[in-house]
Design a protein around this ligand. Structure first.
Ligand code: SF4
Length: 249
């Protein structure tokens, strides 16, 4: 693959379906590949996509295909054709976008301005990669992964370093924790304990959802987890994935 190019899954305009920016209009640049393998993942992270799907007019669902890999100039051009000034942010998402930091350091200066800047959607486990591009990012939406819920090796130290860097750089930060009926209380408590050092960060508890957006978590359990988190944190919200209700990407 040429040094100035990378694998991009899709570029399109839609509303953010997760976290405290739910409902905000964003241009999404979705990068291929992830360093984790969460059991509830709903993103295609398997075989590298031969083509990148690119929406040709914002919000129409009409796509053309461009062969992968794409250069930074191509990605910036295609994002620019989706009317960035009419969007709240440009979202760098995945997969895990921080697997593409060399590419991102070229892309970010080329991206046209959106109203609130550049929004990084990340699993929050790659602090060294974040350090390479953080100056170009305005908003960081990071996960704290509950290892037993995701079915992965614990990432507590990585999350801690990631969060500390994001806050040291005075970025707007929000945290998402995916929870399920089978989430262990001790894992939830460990996540809350970590976040309690930074009490005023907005924290979203996101129930695992089916492909049609139906939360796979009893409402009473969601409220109980929220109540416990609110004993130590200031801003804790329960928000399911909303884009699935509207059948949006
Ligand atoms: S971090 Fe996100 S994209 Fe990566 S495997 Fe987990 S859910 Fe999927």
């Amino acid at each position: 693959m040429p040094a100035d190019s990378t694998m991009v899954t899709e570029i399109f305009s839609s509303i953010q379906g997760e976290g405290i920016f739910t409902g905000c209009r964003q241009i999404f640049i979705r990068f291929w590949g992830c360093n984790l393998n969460c059991r509830y993942c709903d993103t295609r992270t398997g075989k590298a996509p031969v083509h990148c799907r690119i929406e040709t007019e914002p919000g129409t669902g009409n796509f053309c295909l461009l062969p992968n890999p794409l250069t930074a100039a191509e990605v910036a051009l295609r994002a620019g054709e989706l009317n960035p000034s009419g969007h709240q942010t440009i979202s760098l998402t995945g997969g895990e976008p921080l697997l593409h930091t060399s590419f991102l350091s070229r892309l970010i200066p080329l991206l046209p301005p959106a109203r609130q800047g550049i929004y990084l959607e990340t699993n929050g486990t790659l602090p060294e990669e974040l350090a390479r591009i953080i100056d170009g990012i305005d908003i960081i939406a990071m996960d704290i992964k509950l290892p037993g819920t995701a079915g992965i090796t614990p990432c507590w130290r990585e999350h801690e370093a990631f969060l500390a860097l994001a806050l040291a750089k005075k970025k707007k930060v929000m945290v998402k924790i995916i929870i399920a009926d089978y989430s262990a209380d001790r894992e939830i408590e460990q996540a809350v304990e970590l976040l309690s050092r930074y009490k005023d960060i907005p924290v979203v508890l996101q129930p695992v959802s089916s492909s049609r957006g139906i939360p796979q978590l009893a409402p009473g359990r969601a409220l109980a987890i929220q109540a416990r988190a609110l004993e130590k944190l200031i801003d804790v919200r329960v928000i399911p994935q909303t884009h699935k209700y509207l059948h949006l990407l």
